[in-house]
Write a protein that binds this ligand. Structure first.
Ligand SMILES: CC(C)(COP(=O)(O)OP(=O)(O)OC[C@H]1O[C@@H](n2cnc3c(N)ncnc32)[C@H](O)[C@@H]1OP(=O)(O)O)[C@@H](O)C(=O)NCCC(=O)NCCS
Length: 272
């Protein structure tokens, strides 16, 4: 991503006596190879040019490249039958296992989740693969084309009582299977007016295609419409602060949360 700021080494800029001025980058698409420039330099220029063109690619173009068939997103809450796909997506999206929502958390009955699925017809997606394909369920069991509903992004969240997220909120009661809705001092708080977003994940193959923005915008709108909370809070590492700010979140400052090794920032978006 930082490649747009990369420059060729200064010694090979046009004014250098060792380089003829006719050797320069003509445009991002055309490299002048007619000079006596060495092949390493031409190769470097080509790489820079290619990276610049790729960096300028629109999210739609990236999506088309990543998904060589018509992409029809279907935004809906996750159900129990999506659990395996949800785990597969967490594992694929978070390289650091400490940052993943654990299977227990993801399957907790309190988890309030949103998701984006896309329909994949095997005949039209030959050799196309994604980490959640194996666990995808048929769109309808008797569809002759065998279309599957494939999870490509999800949000896992609970509710908490504070304005920002704490380690207790990030936790879950270990006996949740037998608690049957009784309140606990960690994890989901039914009376909480803050949605605590534990995980937002997009399948790596589809990063940068606008799907993250789509799911979070839809989720915030849903929270506003339902009026079940006053705000949505999340914690993120510093490289994602701007990303969430662009989506309407405000950075409150460094978070004391130690989950996954710490280093988080508190981000909040009001929904009321
Ligand atoms: C973070 C994440 C959810 C973003 O979703 P996405 O669909 O890839 O992002 P979008 O297409 O909506 O937005 C793309 C823009 O966001 C920014 N962005 C996305 N991911 C970024 C990252 N990891 N670092 C820096 N910027 C990032 C880019 O500036 C990009 O802008 P560009 O189009 O100008 O290049 C996704 O990359 C992901 O699942 N990451 C792994 C899990 C994770 O870290 N989740 C967040 C937990 S708080």
């Amino acid at each position: 991503m930082a490649t747009t700021e990369r420059q060729p080494p200064s010694s090979v800029e046009g004014s250098s006596p060792s380089r003829p001025t006719m050797f320069h980058r003509l445009s991002d698409n055309a490299i002048d190879e007619s000079s006596d420039a060495d092949s390493d330099f031409v190769k470097l220029q080509k790489t820079i040019s290619k990276e610049r063109r790729e960096a300028r690619e629109s999210p739609q173009a990236r999506l088309q490249r990543a998904c060589p068939f018509t992409f029809h997103p279907n935004i809906r809450p996750l159900s129990k039958s999506d659990y395996e796909s949800c785990i597969a997506l967490e594992n694929a999206a978070f390289p650091d296992p400490a940052h993943r929502a654990t299977p227990e958390k993801a399957s907790s009955p309190y988890a309030n989740m949103g998701s984006v699925f896309c329909t994949v017809v095997p005949e039209k997606a030959k050799n196309w693969t994604i980490e959640t394909l194996d666990t995808a369920k048929p769109v309808e069991t008797d569809r002759p084309n065998g279309a599957k509903s494939v999870l490509v992004a999800h949000i896992v969240a609970t509710r908490c009582t504070g304005n920002t997220i704490t380690d207790k909120d990030m936790d879950y009661p270990k006996d949740w299977r037998t608690r049957r809705g009784r309140s606990a001092d960690v994890g989901h708080q039914e009376s909480g007016r803050t949605v605590a977003l534990h995980s937002m994940a997009v399948a790596p193959k589809l990063h940068g295609c606008g799907i993250g923005q789509m799911i979070i915008k839809a989720y915030l709108q849903q929270m506003k419409d339902a009026q079940v909370a006053d705000r949505v809070a999340l914690i993120c590492q510093d490289y994602l602060v701007t990303y969430y700010e662009r989506l309407g979140f405000k950075c409150i400052g460094k978070s004391p949360v130690e989950f996954g090794g710490g280093g988080w920032h508190d981000m909040v978006s009001r929904t009321s």
